[in-house]
Design a protein around this ligand. Structure first.
Ligand code: ARG
Length: 468
């Protein structure tokens, strides 16, 4: 059995069930690189202010680097009796460098150490997610450029509403993922704060230099209250909220992929590489990838709720409950990365069925609003125009015809103001191009939006490189 690093005041052995129950090593082992990075900076700071000698610091740092290499080579066995990654690294360091290892934990506690590890981890992952979201936005913009001439029905209540450019619809997702990216970038400001030096909860008696540690680890700020520093997990809750919102957006595009690829819509075909077959029905090609993204959304919401519930009503400062913070956080980070990544690869490979999309704009009275607008241009008040067109729709429905399939004479019977120009007014192309209000679906507005998005993406890439 491995000797515990805290067993000085204990006379009885820990119950074995308790060891397995309290151990978090299966989860927090993934923090090893950040734990070692933090410890190296801590060593340098201790030597910088003279708490340990330069020689000891060098021994510790070299040992920590060896520990990291050995972990990566898979040379160590993890052991529940050592609880967590912090204890494992420290006891492996003891094996590597001998008694000098005992000096590493001077002027810190696992409470500020785990807070540091988590912040280093989340900073790293948030940057990766920001990068993935930039790529996803770029993918959407490229699709919008490629299909700028494709029209299809816009929906409300899942009923055909008005014709729009398919690109306009894609750019709606661009906007959502842009806000998601901004949310993560904003959260990063509050994650990027250095907690080490808060020790167990009250700060430390040693003459440490927290700014020095922060500088070594590239943190722009140190935390200002030691109690808050060891008990704050807001930054993880904020991340999980952002992740949940981002998954809502991914679930919505997934739902549309599923609908659009069905025989009922027939708007797109997802490439073979991103679909799967059925074990019983030979004809099936299923949109499982999109379905799974939609399904995994539930898991991320669950992670947010797990985290909120762990933190709810916890008294100050650190409580062991907080060890439960890692599993939901890691799970959401991994899920969100996987889902974003798969969309970056799947989207460019969808086949657009332009004719089906366009045909769908021609039935279902998608030009009814425009007919009313037409009457308004002839001097009718909108409410009245609405009523006139309502009657015309009712009449056409009785004949199983669309408005544009009625004769001029029939149309005139609803309003004498109707003349021959109504037919070109009701063409899909004109309907789209008249919607030229800022943010509307006209070709001009959508091309402006695409151009703006391209510039924004370039700027975001630059900003990302500065942050990373
Ligand atoms: N494994 C613990 C966690 O993840 C580390 C901190 C333990 N602190 C303590 N006082 N027992 O929260």
């Amino acid at each position: 059995m491995v000797r515990k690093l805290w067993d000085g005041r204990f006379s009885e052995k820990t119950n074995q069930n308790v060891e397995a129950f309290t151990s978090s090593i299966d989860i927090d082992r993934h923090l090893y690189a950040f734990d070692i990075q933090g410890s190296i900076a801590h060593c340098k700071m201790l030597a910088h202010v003279g708490i340990i000698s330069q020689e000891d610091a060098s021994t510790l740092i070299e040992g920590l680097i060896r520990v990291r290499q050995n972990i990566e080579k898979g040379q160590y066995k993890f052991d529940d009796s050592l609880e967590d990654i912090h204890m494992h690294v420290e006891s492996w360091l003891l094996q590597e460098v001998g008694k000098t290892a005992h000096k590493l934990h001077t002027a810190r506690s696992r409470n500020d150490q785990v807070a540091l590890d988590l912040r280093l981890y989340l900073r790293h992952e948030t940057l990766e997610i920001i990068n993935l979201l930039i790529r996803l936005r770029q993918t959407l913009v490229e699709l919008a450029q490629k299909y700028i001439h494709v029209v299809f029905p816009g929906y409300t209540h899942l009923q055909r509403a008005q014709p729009v450019l398919f690109s306009h619809h894609l750019m709606a997702y661009y906007e959502m993922f842009t806000r998601d990216m901004e949310r993560f970038a904003d959260g990063l400001k509050r994650t990027n704060i250095m907690p080490l030096g808060s020790a167990a909860l009250a700060g430390t008696t040693y003459p440490i230099d927290r700014d020095y540690t922060a500088k070594l680890l590239n943190f722009p700020k140190v935390s200002s209250n030691s109690i808050d520093s060891v008990s704050d997990r807001d930054f993880t809750m904020e991340f999980l909220s952002g992740a949940s919102i981002c998954m809502v957006h991914l679930s919505r595009i997934s739902e549309e992929m599923v609908l659009w690829s069905s025989a009922e819509f027939g708007f797109i075909e997802i490439s073979d590489a991103f679909t799967t077959g059925s074990s019983i029905m030979p004809q099936k090609k299923n949109p499982d990838v999109a379905e799974l993204v939609r399904g995994k959304t539930g898991r991320v919401f669950g992670d947010l709720f797990a985290m909120l519930t762990v933190m709810k009503s916890l008294p100050m400062a650190y409580n062991r409950d907080m060890q439960e913070d890692k599993e939901p956080l890691f799970d959401s980070v991994n899920t969100l990365k996987a889902c974003t990544h798969i969309y970056i690869n799947m989207l460019p490979n969808i086949k657009i069925k332009q004719d089906t999309m366009e045909d769908a704009t021609k039935t279902g009275f998608l030009n009814a609003t425009d007919f009313a607008d037409y009457l308004v241009t002839k001097g009718v008040a909108f409410r009245q125009a609405h009523e006139i067109v309502g009657k015309a729709v009712q009449y056409a429905l009785g004949l199983k015809k669309e408005l544009h399939q009625l004769s001029l004479k029939e149309l005139k019977s609803f309003s004498s103001l109707v003349s021959e120009d109504i037919f070109s007014y009701l063409s899909v192309e004109k309907m789209i191009d008249r919607r030229n209000s800022y943010g509307g679906t006209s070709q001009k507005m959508v091309m402006n939006a695409i151009e703006h998005a391209c510039n924004q993406i370039e700027m975001d890439k630059k900003k990302f490189h500065e942050l990373a």
